[in-house]
Unconditional design. Structure first.
Lengths: 156, 497
């Protein structure tokens, strides 16, 4: 507990201070007419106080028990989660310039073919089927306006 | 007589073919979401919200509500058959439900879960019909100080009951409050914490935050730990519980129903706590408590009834006071606001079709769920067999499309992904996301009520304690914060001894 609490405690302490400073800059107003930063100035102080309590108890527990912990565990699968995250970030960045169909196809090819190491025929068929089905459901049936991107000229 | 008149009006609305269809879709999707581990009702509602933009607010609410109570039904299936709860409120069902399945009694377990859910769900809706108008009447007398104090109670109760450290939950609520303040200040017109970023100008959207915290985070966490699913292979012939099963379950269903309903009313309370509380009570009152954990039908009937009853009870604070009592209700509140409606005491008079239509649709939805759950159990088992390597890219895709469709902007998708990472880190560092979501929704309302109260009193803080209702709310909130400190000190003292 203590190692993760020390890291998170420091983070929230900085966050609380930053919020209070920024809120003061926005204007606190008066008690009769509270300004836009009024509530958040005090909320920032509240966050800082709580994070200080978390920090203090983390240091005390550490002294008492000498706890050692690995926050992210020893799991090898954490890399899978990281690759998936990178893939969906790229998806978000490329979905407007490239369009929904190409990026969705690429996302499924990457996840099924490379990350999950499924056979290529299964990967290809599933990726095409999912992309087509998602397009039909969301664009045609639910009328979501998905980005067309490079396939704009097709007008379907 | 007014109630009967209103219920009849509700039937008129809910029985329109389009609303029946949305009710069916909601319960179907809800059951599916409940069955599938790794996708909870909060993420599912957030995900499907953009698809309701083209329909009326009544149909949209009917569908979104159906997803919520439908998920409570579906969640039991995975608990019983795979020992994996489809959603958090069914965790406790695993204890005895799965043991029953291992003993070859999967049918009666699923049956009593469905019947118990139906009875409790229906009771919850009837109670909602009766108490809704009464509460609305009381809430009409609320001014800004009462609203402020009530929202403080809501946030405190949720932090008190949420999993893990209360300090961390309080911290999360404060962070949610700050996040809710991002964007334009309604009173001064100034932009706060936006740093010139266009995507933040309208504030941090609730839907991308929820999808990130509950949808993306869930997938990332599941990717780390491989889910093993050993489905109990049995033929589901005897879904109808025997006479003895009914005798054993009648008490638990009755107690679970009443307990669940009242816990559902409390802001911060809800289906999860109701199911755990019901299990604890049943174990205490049982003649043979040693059977619990080894396939006691009471351990399935009680919690399953309690979580459904609580799901109905949850709608009362939302529809009558405009206060969401958990993350799912917070998203529903956001959904209603997107559709141009303000839930609260005026909702019943301003949009009676929505208020009564939604309530009555729940009666119909409960019948649909009984039909969906019992004969189609084989289909849900097949759904359970969908491999996770196929399921998680699909969940991700739905989240990506859902976030994009909100405003047709990749900015919302990025916000969702950032909150996906934040949620993942929060779980690693043991912070609960629910208080953050609740405070994010309540934040702007809380701030407005707070500032209006101070303007009313010309800067005098005593306005919050000079009005009896507001004072009562604040005392409850203070007690909720002080109680754990006292009990912890007592515990420490006994440990030291």
């Amino acid at each position: 507990m203590s190692k993760s609490d020390k890291i998170s405690g420091f983070f929230w302490l900085l966050f609380g201070i930053l919020v209070s400073v920024e809120s003061a800059r926005l204007g606190l107003g008066t008690l009769h007419r509270p300004g836009p930063g009024f509530l958040f100035f005090y909320t920032g102080i509240f966050v800082s106080i709580i994070s200080l309590i978390i920090l203090t108890s983390a240091f005390l527990t550490n002294k008492m028990e000498g706890v050692r912990e690995n926050i992210f565990g020893a799991s090898r699968n954490i890399w899978k989660a990281v690759y998936v995250l990178i893939a969906i970030f790229l998806y978000a960045l490329l979905m407007e310039p490239l369009g929904f169909i190409p990026v969705t196809l690429l996302l499924f090819l990457f996840i099924l073919g490379i990350l999950e190491r499924k056979r290529w025929i299964v990967t290809m068929l599933t990726s095409v089927a999912v992309t087509a089905a998602a397009y039909l459901i969301f664009e045609t049936a639910l009328q979501s306006q998905l980005p067309k991107g490079v396939l704009e000229f097709l007008r379907f | 007589m007014d109630v009967i008149h209103n219920v009849l009006f509700g039937f008129q609305v809910a029985l329109q073919p389009i609303n029946l269809m949305y009710c069916f879709m909601g319960t179907l999707i809800g059951t599916l979401v409940g069955v599938l581990p790794g996708l909870g009702p909060a993420a599912a509602i957030a995900l499907l919200l953009p698809s309701t933009f083209h329909t009326t607010p009544v149909s949209a609410t009917i569908m979104l509500a159906g997803i919520y109570y439908g998920a409570m039904y579906g969640g039991s299936t995975t608990s019983i058959l795979v020992n994996i709860p489809g959603e958090a409120a069914s965790v406790v069902t695993c204890l005895d439900g799965h043991k029953m399945a291992l003993k070859g009694r999967a049918g009666p377990a699923l049956g009593i879960a469905a019947f118990g859910s139906f009875i409790a769900g229906t009771f919850g809706v009837i109670a909602l019909t009766i108490t809704g108008p009464l509460l609305s009447g009381v809430a009409l007398r609320f001014g800004p100080p009462e609203y402020f104090a009530m929202m403080i109670v809501g946030i405190t109760v949720l932090t008190y009951l949420s999993s893990g450290s209360m300090l961390k939950s309080l911290l999360m609520a404060a962070v949610g409050l700050i996040l809710g303040g991002i964007g334009m200040d309604a009173i001064s017109g100034k932009y706060r914490f936006t740093y010139g970023l266009q995507v933040l100008a309208d504030g941090v959207g609730l839907v991308p935050v929820v999808m990130g915290l509950f949808g993306i985070t869930e997938v990332l966490e599941n990717l780390e730990t491989e889910i093993k699913r050993d489905i109990v292979s049995t033929k589901f012939k005897n879904l109808f519980p025997t006479l003895q099963d009914w005798k054993d379950s009648a008490g638990p269903i009755g107690r679970g129903t009443i307990l669940g309903f009242f816990l559902g009313l409390v802001p911060g309370g809800g289906a999860i706590i109701a199911s755990f509380a019901s299990y604890a009570i049943e174990k205490k009152v049982a003649k043979n408590p040693e059977e619990f954990g080894h396939g006691a039908i009471q351990g399935v009937a009680g919690p399953e009834s309690a979580n459904n009853s609580a799901a109905s009870g949850n709608f009362i604070p939302l529809l009558t006071l405009g206060i969401p009592c958990n993350a799912v209700m917070a998203i529903l509140l956001g959904a209603l606001m997107i559709h141009g409606l303000q839930p609260g005491p005026l909702l019943m008079t301003k949009a009676p079709d929505l208020f009564w239509g939604t309530i009555v649709s729940m009666y119909i939805g409960n019948v649909m769920l009984l039909v969906l759950n019992l004969p189609l159990i084989g289909l849900w088992v097949k759904v359970l067999k969908v491999p996770y390597y196929l399921l998680y890219p699909l969940i991700l895709l739905f989240c990506l499309i859902g976030a994009y469709s909100l405003n047709n902007s990749a900015g919302d998708v990025l916000v969702m992904l950032i909150f996906g990472i934040v949620g993942y880190l929060m779980r690693k560092f043991r912070y609960d996301g629910a208080p953050l979501v609740l405070a994010l929704v309540l934040g702007p309302m809380l701030e407005e009520a707070f500032r209006q109260s101070l303007m009313l009193s010309k800067g005098d803080f005593s306005i919050f304690i000079s009005r009896p209702l507001s004072l009562a709310f604040l005392i409850i909130a203070a007690l909720l914060i002080i109680l754990p400190i006292i009990t912890q000190r007592k515990k420490l003292a006994t440990l030291e001894e």
